[in-house]
Design a protein around this ligand. Structure first.
Ligand SMILES: NC(=O)C1=CN([C@@H]2O[C@H](COP(=O)(O)OP(=O)(O)OC[C@H]3O[C@@H](n4cnc5c(N)ncnc54)[C@H](OP(=O)(O)O)[C@@H]3O)[C@@H](O)[C@H]2O)C=CC1
Ligand SMILES: CC(=O)N[C@@H](CCC(=O)OP(=O)(O)O)C(=O)O
Length: 354
C-alpha cells in the first residue's frame, strides 16, 4: 500500500518540533503541511533550524486550531499545558486527525499524580507512545495498543531511558522494585531552547549540574506507571538527573536490588531475550557499554546489564538520543503503528559516532 499523509507541526521552531521535521523529511509517506510557532510566528523556519534546508522558506504561522486543521496528523511540540488546549480546540472544530502530544499533558493515567507533580488540572490520558513498553506478564507490548490509535502521548525522554533499562527484569520478576536508583547524565537540548539561568553557557560548559534532586522530578510518577505496566506492584525510584555538557543524549544508570532467591546468572539471557525482536532496542554484548555518542541521531536505545555481587544490585545502563528515541523518533515510530505502516519506516537505526 502506498499512501501519503499530511502532517502539521505545532511548535516547529523548538528543538522537538525541529527534530520531528528532520525525521519526517526522510519519511517516504509524510507530506509536511502547516508549521506553527509562538513568538517566532511570521518568520521562516530556516531562521530557527538552518539544518532543515528543505523547509528553509516555510513561514511559521501562529499556533491556532484553524491553522492546524485539515491535516491527517497533528504533532504538538509545545510547552506543558498548551497541548491540552490546542487538542480541545481542534475537536471543537470537528477535526479528528491523529494527534501526537510530545509534551507531558496526556501521559499520566492518575490525575492525582499529575496534579502532585505538575500543579495544574489534568488534561486526560492518551495512548502511551512507547511501543516497547511491556504490558502485563504475558509478553504483551504497548505497540498492540498503538495500532489504530488517534491520540498519542509521547513519553518523557528520561522516562524512556529508565524504563527500557529496567523493564526486562521487572517483567520477569527479578528485581525488588521498591528499591530502584536512577542517576542520569543528560544533555542540554532536553530542556528546550528557551533561555534558563542554569543553562547559560558560562554556567554549563565544563560543569556537571544536578537538578530536581530529592524525588521532585516530573518523570518520577511516569517511570512508576511504566514499571507497573511491566508487572511491578509497588515502585519506589530515587531519580536524579545531572546536566552534562552535551547537546544531545541521555545515559541512564538505573540499579535495583535483586529479588530474593533469584540467580544472577539469568540476567543476561533475560535482557537479551526481552529485546531480541525489537528493531530499536539493542542489548550490547557482555563487556560493551552504551555511550550517548553511539545513539546520536538514531532512534535506538543501547542497553547493558551487569550484576554487582557485593552490593547485590543489578546495574543497567541505557543510552538514547533524547531528541530521537526520547522524543521525535519515538513519536514517528508510534505514528507508523497508529497508521498501520511498518514501524521502522523513515527512522534511522544507526547512530553517528565518534
Ligand atoms: N527537548 C527534549 O528532549 C524533549 C522535549 N519534550 C517536550 O516537547 C515539548 C517541546 O519541547 P522543546 O522543543 O524542547 O521546547 P522548545 O522551548 O525548544 O520549543 C517550544 C516550542 O513551543 C512554542 N511555544 C512556546 N510557548 C508557547 C505557548 N505559550 N503557546 C504555544 N506555543 C508556544 C515555541 O514557539 P516560539 O519559539 O515561537 O516561541 C516553540 O516552537 C515540551 O512539552 C517538552 O517537554 C519531550 C521529550 C524530550
Ligand atoms: C535537561 C532537561 O531539562 N531535560 C528535561 C527533559 C524533558 C523531557 O523529557 O520532556 P518533558 O518535559 O516533556 O517530560 C527534564 O529533565 O525536565
Amino acid at each position: 500500500m502506498h499512501m501519503t499523509f499530511s502532517v502539521a507541526v505545532a511548535g516547529a521552531s523548538g528543538y522537538a518540533g525541529g527534530e520531528v521535521l528532520r525525521l519526517l523529511l526522510d519519511h517516504p509517506q509524510a507530506r509536511i503541511g502547516t508549521l506553527t510557532a509562538h513568538s517566532s510566528a511570521g518568520t521562516p523556519l530556516g531562521a530557527h533550524h538552518p539544518h532543515l534546508l528543505d523547509l528553509a522558506d516555510r513561514v511559521l504561522e501562529p499556533t491556532t486550531a484553524q491553522a492546524l486543521a485539515g491535516h491527517d496528523v497533528v504533532v504538538l511540540a509545545l510547552p506543558h499545558g498548551a497541548s491540552g488546549r490546542v487538542a480541545a480546540e481542534l475537536e471543537a472544530l470537528g477535526e479528528d486527525p491523529v494527534v501526537l502530544d510530545l509534551g507531558a499533558d496526556h501521559r499520566l493515567v492518575d490525575a492525582a499524580d499529575w496534579e502532585a507533580y505538575y500543579g495544574s488540572p489534568h488534561a486526560g490520558t492518551w495512548t502511551y507512545g512507547l511501543p516497547e513498553l511491556a504490558v502485563g506478564a504475558g509478553g504483551g507490548r504497548q505497540r498492540e495498543r498503538l495500532a489504530g490509535a488517534r491520540r498519542i502521548a509521547v513519553p518523557g525522554c528520561n522516562v524512556t531511558a529508565v524504563t527500557l533499562g529496567l523493564q526486562p527484569g521487572v517483567a520477569a520478576g527479578l528485581l525488588d522494585t521498591t528499591d530502584l536508583v536512577a542517576v542520569l547524565a543528560v544533555g542540554y537540548s532536553g530542556a528546550g531552547k528557551a533561555l534558563k539561568p542554569h543553562l547559560l553557557a558560562s554556567e554549563a560548559l565544563g560543569a556537571a549540574v544536578p537538578y530536581a534532586v530529592g524525588g521532585t522530578h516530573r518523570h518520577v510518577p511516569e517511570i512508576a506507571q511504566n514499571l507497573r505496566s511491566a508487572g511491578a506492584s509497588e515502585v519506589r525510584t530515587s531519580f536524579t538527573p545531572v546536566l552534562v555538557p552535551l547537546s544531545r543524549g541521555i545515559l541512564a544508570t538505573a540499579t535495583a536490588r535483586l529479588a530474593p532467591d533469584v540467580d544472577p546468572a539469568v540476567l543476561r539471557e533475560t535482557w537479551t531475550a526481552a529485546y531480541a525482536d525489537e528493531p530499536f532496542v539493542h542489548v550490547l554484548p557482555e563487556g560493551a557499554w552504551p555511550t550517548t555518542a553511539s545513539t546520536a541521531g538514531a532512534n535506538t536505545a543501547l542497553v547493558q546489564v551487569a550484576y554487582d555481587a557485593r552490593a547485590r544490585r543489578v546495574v543497567t545502563v541505557t543510552a538514547i538520543d533524547n531528541l530521537v528515541k526520547g522524543t521525535a523518533g519515538g513519536a514517528v515510530q508510534s505514528l507508523n503503528l497508529a497508521l498501520g505502516l511498518p514501524e521502522t519506516l523513515g527512522l534511522p537505526r544507526n547512530g553517528v559516532a565518534p
